[in-house]
Design a protein around this ligand. Structure first.
Ligand code: AOF
Ligand code: ZN
Length: 374
């Protein structure tokens, strides 16, 4: 592993330029999948002469965009980049070579590329070419931007969120199943940004049949947006082929434990992909197997938007990295449904516990972000 800071110390100016590169990287928030969000600036003296970011897989990497923007003024410059420049031939040639070619004097990277095809070799190549290299400036901020990509590269698994909305009394839907619009406008807009940054949105057959959701992202802050894929967990292939999810742009996948050729063909006919996954003890798609499959399909960030039974399974399996819970100041009463369907607990010692990592107000609602405390 490349040393985090390599004994380097960074000036206040270095921090400023890296912060600038991080802001540029954020512009790829909704479009870079399955690639990471990366930003870069080229600096001569204290002047930014080039800026760029990675927009989409297959397109130029951030450093290439920044070098192009610098139009020949990169010789002798310092280049700030939020991820180690690549050393491999992927869809594009290695950025390390382009930086060497441009004659830059110094490269500051926020973090090493966790992609095993790079993993320190980009920095090494720059070093060997006589470029002054340091790595680790604002590393935590850079990692946070790419939690999904980083986790997938390290473990083969995506970063998993589950979004829940509940009343003040911890209820999510009326006994009838009606669950529309518990939260206010601001929370709903927040959810659309969460969907937009996700690679895929997952729900269960229960929610599909009850709500007929679109499962698309409609954020109000996007100039460009790649629609996330949609996944329906449907053990017995009961998804209605005329459900609205199948008419939306982008991929829709149905993950099932059944092999029912006729139902399968009806879904293929409306453009869905149908994949089999292993069942859990109750014959439903095993959620841990689902998450592994989504990692193999190169999804970085997974967002579950599901009902109590799927969320109960997710909680029991311990596969969720982050729970995003919107708390609306309304009361649904104790006949309404709770958030998680769980087998009855034998005692308080068995209760699943989570840790709150963020709590804030979003419009008229509260938003909590929780992680497993274990
Ligand atoms: C960089 N700068 O802006 C990005 C990098 O298939 P490719 O050619 O697009 O390569 C994708 C890999 O390159 C990706 O998995 C990651 O390791 C790295 N991403 N590298 O130098 C960038 N987006
Ligand atoms: Zn590159």
């Amino acid at each position: 592993i490349f040393p985090l800071s390599d004994g380097a110390s960074w000036s206040p100016e270095d921090h400023c330029f890296m912060a600038h590169a991080l802001r540029l990287a954020e512009k790829g928030m909704y479009t870079t999948d399955p690639n990471p969000r990366v930003g870069s600036v080229v600096v001569q003296g204290n002047e930014v002469v080039g800026a760029g970011w990675h927009q989409r897989a297959g397109g130029p990497h951030a450093e290439i965009a920044a070098l192009r923007d610098a139009r020949g003024r990169a010789a002798g410059a310092t280049v700030y980049v939020t991820l180690e420049p690549c050393s491999h031939h992927g869809r594009t040639p290695p950025c390390a070579d382009a930086l060497i070619e441009a004659g830059v004097h110094r490269v500051v990277a926020a973090m090493q590329d966790p992609n095993p095809r790079v993993a320190g070799q980009g920095l090494e190549r720059l070093r060997r070419a006589g470029i002054e290299v340091s790595c680790g400036l604002l590393a935590r901020e850079a990692e946070r931007l790419n939690q999904g990509f980083v986790k997938r590269m390290r473990l083969g698994l995506p970063f998993v969120r589950s979004k829940l909305a509940m009343s003040l009394d911890g209820r999510t839907a009326l006994a009838s199943g009606d669950s529309k619009w518990i939260t206010g406008d601001a929370a709903r807009r927040d959810v659309h940004r969460l969907r937009a940054r996700s690679s895929v949105i997952v729900t269960g057959i229960g929610t599909l049949r009850a709500d007929d959701p679109f499962l698309t992202a409609r954020p109000n802050d996007a100039t460009e947006l790649e629609q996330p894929a949609r996944v329906i967990l449907d053990s017995r292939l009961r998804s209605p082929p005329n459900a609205r999810v199948f008419q939306q742009p982008g991929r829709t996948l149905v993950l099932t434990t059944a092999s029912d050729p006729r139902a399968r063909q009806a879904l293929l006919d409306v453009g869905a992909e149908v994949l089999e996954v292993e069942p859990d003890g109750a014959g439903r798609p095993d959620v841990a197997a689902v998450v592994r499959l989504l990692g193999r399909l190169e999804f970085n960030e997974v967002l579950f938007e599901a009902g109590a039974s799927l969320n109960g399974a997710l909680l029991s399996a311990g596969v969720v990295d982050e729970w995003v819970v919107y708390l609306a100041p309304c009361v649904l009463g104790d006949e309404a449904r709770g958030l998680f369907r769980l087998p009855g607990l034998a005692g308080m010692a068995d209760r699943p516990e989570l840790a709150i990592v963020d709590a804030r107000r979003v419009g008229s609602d509260m938003r909590l972000i929780l992680r497993s405390s274990g």
